[in-house]
Design a protein around this ligand. Structure first.
Ligand code: MN
Length: 445
């Protein structure tokens, strides 16, 4: 078994005694049960694990102390009560499955333990979210062939896609220290980065704030149990090493990137901030939304055997709808809602999660619980499916006009970028990811 199977926790008929989980619109119905770490807002207590349900958080530390779980579920809840989720993520997936089943039964409207569980709830509006795990290493992939082709064609119109792309899941090693959670309630705010740029018409490089600040719409991947140095994770087992998914905005300073990226890839263009959504939707919660791996067009090479399996071909992708919204300072001042910029779907990724994990470890590199991957910018084939401003404005050539008359090629100070995602399929409850939000502040000169 390489992907979790569908079980009673996915039943569309389940309802929770937390009313807001049942309205059909919440990202967090009882079929989702994502994990995060939180503390009461305004306090300096340690963060600890919780589960999102409707507009509430079940405090796993309080629920453990109240003996609301038994057996493997109790052991898992204990691990998930810690300051970070690393130990829980490292545990055998069977422990996570036991906790999910126990949580599903605890939070159902017919639960005998409702009264005791109610004492362990905190409204989300009263919580501050933390980074769910200590991230040892962060790797960002480049898994959308549409994004790779778009960006390549701006620089190499005759040869947009480099010859390795369809053989190797391309990635670079990113910076883990500057990853933070951000949501539209509490966006990650960071100053516009300074750096070197070299406009084509300038005789020498310049130093100053980036003028081409961009976002990247990505899926974030949390690694669960890892592998020993010198060993590898076969593609057939790779899914068991993916704890769950969130959203990632891989902020990118395109002008800094353009000058520095050759020959070793992005560096300061992407290391100043990366924003993730606070909740981790588990691999098990995503079981109903698996989809066949990207259908390679006629003439494309097939993946090498170490990147190929029947299971990966049949269900390696995740049907996860992604969206980017923008809230400018003017829109905020005018009390307007964020405006939609684009949508895409993670199932259009050229490479799957299992292929990323198998490839990352094939040379013997060890992964550890709490390591983090980015999928790479998830652009789809359509012009309304581009996952960055670089693509939407086609390298800054085409100005976007927003509904309020403002225009953008790249981001301005005060702009908040909001990413959202959800999964839906007939016969199953819609589940969402919560949002991922960050705000560009003026450069600190
Ligand atoms: Mn990226």
């Amino acid at each position: 078994m390489s992907t979790p199977s569908i079980n009673e926790t996915h039943d569309i008929k389940l309802r929770s005694w937390v009313d807001a989980a049942n309205d059909g619109k919440s990202d967090f119905p009882i079929q989702n049960l994502p994990y995060g770490v939180f503390r009461r807002a305004g306090k300096t207590d340690d963060f600890h694990g919780g589960v999102a349900i409707g507009d509430q958080i079940l405090d796993l530390a309080a629920a453990s102390r109240a003996n609301l779980f038994s057996g493997d579920a109790a052991e898992a809840a204990q691990l998930a009560s810690a300051y970070t989720l690393n130990s829980f993520m490292d545990a055998d997936p069977s422990l996570g499955a036991a906790l999910r089943l126990a949580l599903s039964r605890l939070l159902r409207e017919d639960s005998a333990l409702e009264g005791r569980a109610r004492a362990c709830m905190l409204p989300m509006k009263d919580a501050e979210m933390g980074l769910p795990a200590t991230i040892g290493d962060y790797t960002d992939f480049f898994a959308s062939v549409f994004h790779a082709t778009n960006t390549g064609s701006m620089f190499r119109p005759d040869n947009p896609l480099l010859p390795n792309y369809k053989h190797v899941p391309i990635a670079y090693h990113g910076r883990a220290s500057s990853i933070r959670v951000g949501s539209s309630v509490a966006p990650q705010a960071f100053p516009r980065p300074l750096g070197q740029t070299k406009p084509a018409d300038a005789p020498a490089p310049l130093f100053g704030p980036s003028k081409r600040m961009d976002y990247e719409l990505e899926v974030g991947v949390w690694i669960g149990h890892g592998n020993a140095l010198g060993s590898r994770i076969p593609v057939t087992e790779a899914q068991q090493h993916v704890f769950g998914l969130c959203l990632l905005n891989d902020w990118s300073a395109r002008d800094i990137q353009g000058w520095e990226y050759q020959p070793l890839g992005p560096f300061l263009a992407k290391n100043f901030a990366s924003t993730i959504s606070p909740w981790i939707v588990t691999t098990e919660a995503l079981a109903p939304f698996r989809a066949p791996a990207f259908a390679r067009p006629e003439g494309d090479p097939q993946p090498m055997p170490y990147l190929d399996s029947e299971d990966n071909r049949n269900s390696g992708a995740v049907d996860m709808q992604l969206e980017v919204l923008l809230l400018t300072q003017k829109m905020r001042d005018d009390k307007q809602a964020p405006t939609h910029l684009s949508s895409s779907n993670f199932k259009d990724s050229y490479w799957t999660l299992a292929q990323m994990v198998a490839h990352h470890t094939v040379g013997g590199c060890d992964l550890h619980a709490g390591d983090f991957f980015g999928s790479g910018t998830m652009s789809g084939p359509g012009k309304d499916q581009y996952g960055s401003l670089l693509e939407l404005s086609w390298g800054g050539k085409n100005e976007l006009t927003l509904p309020n008359g403002e225009t953008r090629t790249f981001l301005q100070d005060g702009d908040t970028v909001i990413l959202r995602a959800h999964c839906e399929r007939a016969g199953y409850a819609r589940i969402g990811f919560g949002d991922c939000a960050g705000t560009v502040l003026p450069a600190v000169l």
